[in-house]
Design a protein around this ligand. Structure first.
Ligand SMILES: [Cu+2]
Length: 143
């Protein structure tokens, strides 16, 4: 009689331990970890055409970089930039057609976006104010 009681106590203790160690809502429990989630895609800008901002280059949709990065839009269309790098960058106009507004994004971080709608025809040039020696002379042609 006494011995049977003892066995029941042991079984109960093991059961409780099992629940503690393997509970599905235990955040630090053992078992296989799920694979890490993939990084989210860059946010859409809603622009007609987008540059990507990498850490050493503005990149146009065709893959042109910096001085070779160019897009052509129609008057009234919107250009967007999506920051896909790690460091802080800006999108700052250095030259705009007569009568057009200069633009400056201020500091942008990863996943940030910036857009401008351009209505004055001509050639716009921009660079990164933080890295003017390397991220420069990209152009937008508005026709
Ligand atoms: Cu920069």
């Amino acid at each position: 009689m006494e011995r049977r009681e003892f066995v029941r106590v042991i079984v109960g203790a093991v059961g409780a331990l099992g629940l503690t160690a393997c509970g599905s809502d235990d955040p630090v429990g053992g078992g296989a970890n799920p694979p890490p989630a993939p990084p989210p895609p860059p946010p859409p800008t809603g622009a007609d055409v987008n540059f990507q901002i990498e850490d050493n280059a503005f990149v146009d949709p065709a893959g042109g970089r910096n001085a070779d990065a160019t897009v052509t839009i129609d008057s009234g269309q919107t250009v967007g930039w999506v920051h896909v790098g790690a460091n802080t960058h800006t999108v700052t106009s250095t030259s705009v057609p007569n009568g057009a507004q200069a633009f400056d994004s201020g500091n942008l971080s990863n996943d940030d976006t910036f857009t401008v709608t351009l209505t004055v025809a001509g050639t716009y040039e921009f660079r990164c104010e933080i890295h003017p020696a390397t991220m420069r002379m990209s152009t937008i042609i508005v026709q």
